[in-house]
Design a protein around this ligand. Sequence first.
Ligand SMILES: C[S@@+](CC[C@H](N)C(=O)[O-])C[C@H]1O[C@@H](n2cnc3c(N)ncnc32)[C@H](O)[C@@H]1O
Length: 225
Amino acid sequence: MTIDVFTLFPEWFDWMRRPRHLANAALTAGLEVRCFNFRDYTPLSHGQVDDSPFGGGPGMVIRVDVVAAALEAVYGVSAERVREGRHVAVLTPRGRRFADPVARELGALPALTLLCGRYEGFDERVHEHLAGDAVCLGPFVLAGGEVAAMAVIDAVGRRLPGALGNAESLDRESFSEALGGGTEHPHYTRPAEFRGWEVPAVLRSGDHGAVERWRQAHVVPAGGG
Ligand SMILES: C[S@@+](CC[C@H](N)C(=O)[O-])C[C@H]1O[C@@H](n2cnc3c(N)ncnc32)[C@H](O)[C@@H]1O
């Protein structure tokens, strides 16, 4: 899988390639994360990428011609056609919520392009004519799409074959079907007692049936609990 990120801060993604699960995914599933800086492709002088909004108001807006130029330079086809061949998603508070089913859906794609906004976001024509999807990390406003893109890369990358040492972890983790969309039971490890804080005795009992019942009883159902 190839994930291409268009951003004003490509260097922020350098560390994204280092976590072990992503490095593993790169080796076993061919995950490749490429980053492109809008400024490197802008047709405007002095690296300009944004402009003031029509109608007035505070803030700046990333220009559609800048985004189109970057897509065309990287993919070698007209910007409108890029989304015919790849899944192009804008990171935006107005997008669909990035939940587990969306991570699974995006992770099944051979290629994904993420557009990271800044300032007031993109000119609306980027959403209308250049992207095919819009993804929101949560009901809050970030300063830019980079952290949202990193969350997408992390969640998608760890699902790729070979990314995790123990692929079984994926079957019964939070939000999975096996847990009915709920969140996983709590975990404990040694020491069994620390400052008077004890690990539940059942987990140390060696009774696998009782452990399983305890774990199921401590799944928090979807929607809270
Ligand atoms: C400061 S925000 C723009 C906020 C916009 N003016 C609004 O009120 O919706 C700049 C950029 O951060 C990114 N961003 C902010 N919050 C986000 C979120 N919850 N999910 C995904 N991307 C987000 C988007 O790429 C956005 O274009």
